[in-house]
Design a protein around this ligand. Structure first.
Ligand code: S3P
Length: 182
């Protein structure tokens, strides 16, 4: 069984994209590419500062550029939570193996702590996250070739689920979409 040489992770803030991405990359012997980190490097400042000083459209333009660049090379690509909502990015993802890391508000809250580093969750974070997830879920589900539930799972279990989902997709009778139960 083989795994693809490029895997894209999508999901809301707190789904564990960065942590899982680094571990999946190590397990598959691939490079990790984190689009938020690429944007920060390009802009020379944290995402929160880009939002405040340059505005969200400027951030989204950098995010699209980083995504185009990341998808051009083999590796595990961890996208920012809002990236798949950009139609241009959604279109790019159609040709890739995409893992939707799913999570509930309770588990997301534990992971991210709502510390102010995510500008879209700065005011009333739980309500903002819940509204955001409601709007985005259909897109995450449509674009995900595999869905992995990350709540109540250790990082090791999540990596195993991602690998299992991906290898399950590569066989001759593999389903078009696969869900890995929590
Ligand atoms: C965003 C999520 C963040 C980051 C930016 C916008 C969003 O990434 O890209 O703050 O729109 O949900 P994470 O999903 O890694 O928190």
């Amino acid at each position: 069984m083989t795994v693809p040489d490029q895997v894209v992770l999508i999901g809301p803030p707190g789904a564990g994209k960065s942590t899982t991405g680094a571990r999946v990359a190590r397990a598959l012997g691939l490079e990790i590419l984190d689009t938020d980190a690429m944007v920060e490097q390009r802009a020379g400042k944290p995402v929160a500062d880009i939002f405040v000083e340059d505005g969200e459209p400027a951030f989204r333009a950098l995010e699209l550029e980083a995504t185009r660049s990341a998808l051009g090379t083999p590796g595990v690509v961890a996208l920012g939570g809002g990236a798949p909502m950009q139609p241009a990015i959604a279109e790019l993802l159609a040709d890739h193996k995409v893992v939707f890391l799913d999570v509930t508000i309770a588990h997301a809250a534990k992971r991210i702590g709502f510390d102010g580093s995510r500008p879209l969750l700065a005011v009333n974070p739980r309500a903002a996250w819940t509204k955001m997830m409601g709007e985005r879920r259909p897109t995450y589900e449509r674009l995900g070739t595999v869905r992995v539930d990350t709540g109540d799972r250790t990082p090791e279990e999540i990596v195993d689920d991602v690998r299992a989902g991906l290898t399950g997709l590569t066989g001759p009778t593999a389903p078009a979409r696969a869900a890995v139960p929590s």
